[in-house]
Ligand binder design. Structure first.
Ligand SMILES: Cc1cc2nc3c(=O)[nH]c(=O)nc-3n(C[C@H](O)[C@H](O)[C@H](O)COP(=O)(O)O)c2cc1C
Length: 220
């Protein structure tokens, strides 16, 4: 397990939670195994135990385990990104890389934005009219926050169950494409916010180092 930074020394290094917290990685290579429904339901239950603003519990879930549909969503995401390459190229490439549509994975017809994971959990929420009123700020951003908090719960629970996960922010635009939403059975008023792939990792993912916490000020 990677060593937590000193500032976190008070966290109990022997607790199972600390072990999972520091072991979770964005996994980008998966075995072909299909995750069983009973395991996924446990992950969804962990997700809905996330904190939720105004106790709204706004989240809804779409689980996709159909590989043809996953490929169609991946292809649509790449298509949308190519139309907007300057922005999306940066999502997929390390900082400083050229965005040229030729060397980018976007140009590779075999590149699957879901890394061949067999399961995608889309965390979405219904945007009710109150979220559109000028008085509703920051209700909309709280709904988005709730969905990502649920995603983190899901990812940590998956890690504790020896499963790999990765947020796929790159899929959000495609998932909100009207044709894809129709295929997913998502009503127009429901918006996809937090897509997370789940699968059995095919190897070990190296930890990605973190900068130490940038504590701007500590006021006592
Ligand atoms: C909101 C969000 C969107 C992300 N979108 C993608 C994505 O589209 N594709 C991808 O490969 N990784 C994506 N990631 C994963 C990050 O690249 C990864 O979490 C980060 O590099 C740190 O690595 P770690 O999770 O292993 O610590 C996303 C992460 C977050 C939080």
């Amino acid at each position: 397990m990677p060593t937590p930074p000193d500032i976190l020394a008070p966290l109990n290094p022997n607790s199972p939670f600390t072990e999972v917290l520091y072991r979770r990685r964005a996994v980008r290579a998966y075995k072909a195994d299909v995750i069983e429904e009973h395991r996924l339901k446990k992950l969804l239950d962990a997700a809905v135990h996330a904190p939720t603003a105004r106790h709204q519990e706004p989240w809804q879930f779409v689980v996709v385990q159909n590989r043809e549909l996953l490929k169609r969503i991946s292809d649509r995401a790449k298509e949308l990104a190519r139309a907007n390459a300057a922005h999306h190229g940066n999502v997929l490439k390390p900082p400083g890389s050229p965005v040229d549509g030729v060397t980018s994975p976007l140009a590779d017809p075999d590149f699957n934005i879901f890394y061949d994971a067999g399961t995608l959990v889309v965390i979405c929420a219904r945007l009710t009219p109150e979220f559109f009123s000028p008085d509703s700020w920051p209700a909309h951003s709280f709904v988005v926050a709730d969905c990502w908090l649920a995603a983190e719960n899901l990812m940590l629970a998956a890690c504790a169950d020896s499963l790999g996960t990765c947020c796929i922010g790159f899929a959000v635009q495609a998932l909100n494409d009207p044709n894809i939403k129709a295929e997913l059975g998502m009503p127009a008023a429901v918006e996809a916010f937090a897509p997370v792939i789940v699968g059995v990792p095919s190897g070990v993912t190296a930890p990605v180092p973190r900068k130490p916490p940038d504590v701007l000020r500590w006021i006592r």
